[in-house]
Design a protein around this ligand. Sequence first.
Ligand code: HXC
Length: 299
Amino acid sequence: MTLDDLIYKPGLLRGDRILVTGGGTGLGRVMSEALLMLGATVYICGRRGPVVEQTAEELMAAHAQHGGRVVPLVCDIRDDAAIMAMLDAIWADGGALTGLINNAAGNFVSRTEDLSARAFDAIANIVFRGSFYTTLECGKRWLAEGRKASVVSILTTWVWNGSPYTVPSAMSKAGLHAMTQSLAVEWGGRGIRFNAIAPGLFPTEGMSARLNPQGGEHKVEGNPMGRNGQMPELANLAVFLMGPGSEYLTGQTIAIDGGQYQATGGNFASLASMTDADWQAARTSIQRRNAADKQQRGS
Ligand code: HXC
């Protein structure tokens, strides 16, 4: 990404301090890069230390000239104590955050009848509980200190219509959509804004491994624009919602999907055609990937 891909003036976010959960990879990394290029201090957290450290190094090597900074932090947002320790470290490193992007997520496709309670928790504990805990702990600090702040959550269009075969994710993201609307009102008078983005298909490595385990080009049929999203398009929307210039905008979830949701519903209904053998193969592939990730983070 270059500054030409972003529609904002250089230095727009100078002085801003923003936490991006799951900022080491995928959409989180892209948004972190954009914030950095506009001069912000960006804290990126993730469960795998080497991953966030490498991302921070690469982003700084590419963009240090814009005056911002990327700080990698290891944090599992399923653990409230770990979130508090991370926020203590951030506040000690130059003061309050000015923004939070709830981006960290987990998801895999599965027939719902094949899920265990643990499988539900594996997703809900990251997406639903983890994002809420992070928002709550930041919010308590902002309210106590009387600070303005902006929260952007990365959701999906399934918050409006659900998604078969990714039910724990759909339920969790719908919960965050409700959080966005609710807290926009409850804390709006105290300067804290809440918005959300519902991206369509912006293929990332983590998502393809678990949502398209059979491989092949990851493209939802029927997109009116005939293409997937491009990362700078997402970054421009995230910066707009996060930054100055959208001060009167709160409580909204905005889709960026080329019209996919209106055209097709944008969810996984088409997986109804998968056979038992297909599901078995998908599960094996997803679990192999989960085990490899687990080994990398030593848990
Ligand atoms: C059924 C499954 C399963 C599968 C795992 N489980 N895979 N059940 N079908 N395919 C079950 C396991 O059997 C186990 O239950 C339980 O889930 C937990 O499994 P673990 O391997 O211990 O999972 P864990 O290490 O906790 O990690 C799971 C995860 C992981 C959180 C989902 O994949 C992860 O960390 N993902 C992060 C990256 C990611 O997913 N990115 C994609 C986000 S995309 P039992 O009962 O057997 O013990 C996204 C939106 C996409 O969010 C929008 C697209 C438009």
